[in-house]
Write a protein of this length. Structure first.
Length: 369
């Protein structure tokens, strides 16, 4: 039966993993490979392990359970702060978890006591991105004292996250906060915090409109990462050789390990602007349609139910993504010199959201090569 295809080149994943793992290890930083972006498929995890990666992270317990079932012995960090109702599974399956709320920490502690375990936790600190984490010294002190009363958990680290909600960029200043808070907590409360998790990668667009690679990997490379930051959670940098904003590729890394393929089912010349009174599309949006004139358009048998179309880039020279509906991709092939025919498979390089969607869709044939 027909299905659009996602091809994963595991050799390129292995080579990216080896390069990034070596880069971090030589600088005393542990790399946790985030697997949520490809639904923790075992073949990709094995490729990363072959490249030297020994620590993994995911936001979904379902992914962690599936990965550890397929590959016994994996070490996994749960990176989405869990729900209270997940406490038992967190202790059973995650080797460590990010935490920020005392009610959840107490539930995890109780579950650990019932299971005869001590569960390591990393407390998240909000340095300005305004997503998860304690905010300010007062909130930190309040929760620190309460963690001491949770016998089933051990506070082993502090972590932070930027660039996901509030688009805040990492800096020496907001990274150094973790070092200062670690020293404060160890001194005042007697903790033995060793892990300081600095998050992942972003890029800075400076006032002169020049792109500067300003993620924590660059701080590490230039020797400006504050001493004590010894843990990074990285997904896109390894998978795509790309920073998390998608604005810069990393030199020497493979950027094309993932390819999406779909078959052309219609090929016709049509106007580029829909005809008639415009309303909202199937998602309730009000899209704009640039007037390109009458162009040759290919419709492919895949759509938003399969893949994030805006994260696809056609590899055929002259082809350009136009848009998509739930079941169809629309590609402008006017500039392809007549090379496209009905029945052809068009190939697309994938960005992060394309792979995330394709690996969670029930309608895509995922092939690890």
């Amino acid at each position: 039966m027909y299905a659009p295809i996602l091809e994963i080149d595991t050799r390129k994943i292995e080579e990216n993993a080896r390069k990034l793992h070596t880069f971090c290890a030589l600088r005393g930083v542990e790399l946790a490979f985030v697997t949520k972006g490809f639904s923790a498929r075992p073949g990709v995890i094995r490729a990363a392990r072959a490249g030297g990666v020994t620590r993994f992270a995911d936001s979904r317990l379902k992914n962690i359970i599936a990965a550890k079932t397929a590959i016994p012995g994996l070490h996994y960090l749960l990176i989405r702060i869990p729900a209270i109702d997940e406490a038992e599974e967190v202790v059973r399956w995650a080797d460590c978890s990010l935490q920020s709320q005392i009610e959840v920490i107490r539930a995890v502690s109780d579950a650990a006591v019932r299971q005869g375990k001590i569960h390591p936790i990393i407390l998240m600190v909000d340095v300005g991105d305004l997503r998860e984490g304690v905010f300010g010294r007062e909130q930190l002190e309040e929760i620190a004292g309460q963690i001491l009363g949770c016998p089933g958990v051990e506070l082993v680290g502090l972590g932070t996250n930027v660039g996901c909600y509030g688009s805040i960029l990492p800096s020496v200043e907001n990274t150094r906060v973790l070092v200062e808070l670690r020293d404060f907590l160890n001194r005042k409360y007697g903790f033995h915090i060793k892990t300081l998790s600095g998050g992942s990668l972003v890029v800075l667009h400076d006032p002169a409109l020049a792109l500067r690679w300003c993620g924590r990997l660059l701080l590490l490379e230039e020797g400006r990462l504050p001493a004590g930051i010894n843990h990074l959670r990285v997904g896109e940098g390894l998978l795509y050789g790309e920073d998390t904003t998608g604005m810069r590729f990393l030199e020497g890394y493979h950027t094309d390990a993932f390819h999406f393929k779909a078959q052309v089912v219609e090929l016709r010349r049509k106007p580029s602007v829909p005809i008639g009174e415009h309303g909202r599309d199937g998602k309730g949006d009000l899209p704009e349609y640039p007037d390109r004139g009458v162009h040759l358009r290919a419709i492919c048998a895949a759509g938003k139910q399969d893949v994030a179309w805006a994260a696809l880039t056609p590899t055929l020279p002259g082809a350009e993504m136009i848009g998509a509906s739930s079941d169809h991709l629309i590609v402008d092939v006017e500039g392809c010199g007549g090379r496209v025919k009905v029945g052809d498979w068009l190939d697309f390089r994938c960005g992060y959201m394309a792979v995330l969607d394709a690996t969670t869709s029930a309608y895509v044939d995922v092939r690890e090569m």
